[in-house]
Design a protein around this ligand. Structure first.
Ligand code: COA
Ligand code: MG
Length: 300
């Protein structure tokens, strides 16, 4: 199985490679990752110049800055192969494949990367934004279990899903939710990350915070963003809050208490707590940057 990233992917900002001012802003932003976009955000006549801007940006990335993915055009498009080769040469952390329909699209990109001796750390992320991608999520998850496939993140493309299916984009996303949940489930089956789709209205930050909370409740690892104003709400929503940290600490402390040594199930404040909750609590504390004392999970 692929290795889960050491860094979180709470806030993942799209930056059009054709937008010089936006690219220049990235160094000052506190997002966990950026997606330098060569695809939907770049007009056909600007594709070649955007590819050159991407090269310069990725080559000049500061060390310790955000994780960088490059979203290329589909390999079947006139720009896809040149994009893939340019991205591979620029050495981002990941290449994001748009309009993925099934495992063949990942394997084609793998073959092209292997032919250029791309390092094994160069990851592939997959946009899940077509009806066939949703239908093929199970097969994509199976493929992702093989580290050689490089696939380590599903990215929900909600605007394209709305366009391709005709569902209405209601504020509560009720018609998209079944597909979003399927993305999360299949990411978990594969042991990879899942990122929620974008919120288009970057001026309504209250609505955006609600959508972040919803994505977090659905189990997503983070959210894709279109505007710097969305970074802080996403970081907040996808970080454990103070109450969750306190609860997790209480669970870890209870299992570490001498009177509970060797017990598989205990009670805290009238609630049943099992060792699976201890594992969950330890994961949450690790996400909050607080590993805490380890208790032997095999015990009891
Ligand atoms: N990344 C980095 N910086 C960004 C940014 C982004 N995605 N979006 C806006 N900014 C910058 C702007 O350049 C501007 O900085 P400046 O004053 O130094 O020029 C500042 O943030 C404020 O921007 P604002 O005026 O509020 O918005 P805008 O009109 O410049 O841009 C969009 C609005 C929607 C065009 C722009 O946010 C954007 O292109 N987003 C990404 C779209 C995308 O990639 N879509 C594909 C995936 S869905
Ligand atoms: Mg798209």
């Amino acid at each position: 199985m692929p290795i889960r990233p050491a860094r979180p992917r709470r806030s993942v900002l799209y930056v059009p490679a054709s937008n010089e001012r936006a690219l220049a802003k990235v160094a000052a932003l506190s997002c966990d990752a950026v997606i330098v976009d060569l695809e939907d955000a770049v007009a056909p006549q600007a594709k070649a110049a955007a590819r050159e801007a991407m090269r310069a940006f990725v080559a000049g990335r500061p060390s310790g800055g955000p994780e960088i993915a490059v979203r290329i055009n589909p390999l079947a498009s006139p720009w896809g192969t040149d994009d893939l080769l340019a991205a591979r040469a620029a050495r981002p952390d990941a290449i994001l494949l748009p309009k993925v329909e099934g495992p063949r699209d990942i394997l084609d990109a793998d073959d092209a990367l292997d032919e250029t001796d791309a390092p094994p750390q160069l990851a592939l992320w997959a946009m899940i934004e077509t009806p066939r991608a949703v239908l093929n999520l199970g097969a994509l998850a199976e493929l992702a279990r093989d580290a050689a496939a490089r696939l380590c993140c599903f990215v929900a493309g909600t605007n394209d899903l709305v366009k391709e299916t005709g569902v209405r984009a209601t504020p509560d996303r009720r018609y998209l939710s079944p597909w979003l949940m399927q993305i999360v489930l299949c990411a978990r089956a594969a042991g990879i990350d899942a990122l929620d789709g974008v919120g288009n209205d970057f001026r309504d930050l209250d609505a955006f915070a609600r959508e972040c909370a919803e994505g977090r409740n659905m189990g997503f690892d983070g959210k894709t963003l279109i505007h710097p104003a969305q970074i802080e709400p996403a970081n907040r929503a996808f970080s454990p809050d103070a109450e969750e940290v306190a609860e997790a600490r209480a669970v870890v402390a209870a299992f570490a208490a001498p009177e509970n040594a060797g017990k598989g199930v205990i009670r805290i404040d009238g609630r049943m707590v099992e060792r699976l909750h201890l594992a969950q609590a330890e994961r949450l504390l690790a996400r909050a940057g607080e590993p805490g004392p380890r208790v032997d999970l095999q015990q009891g």
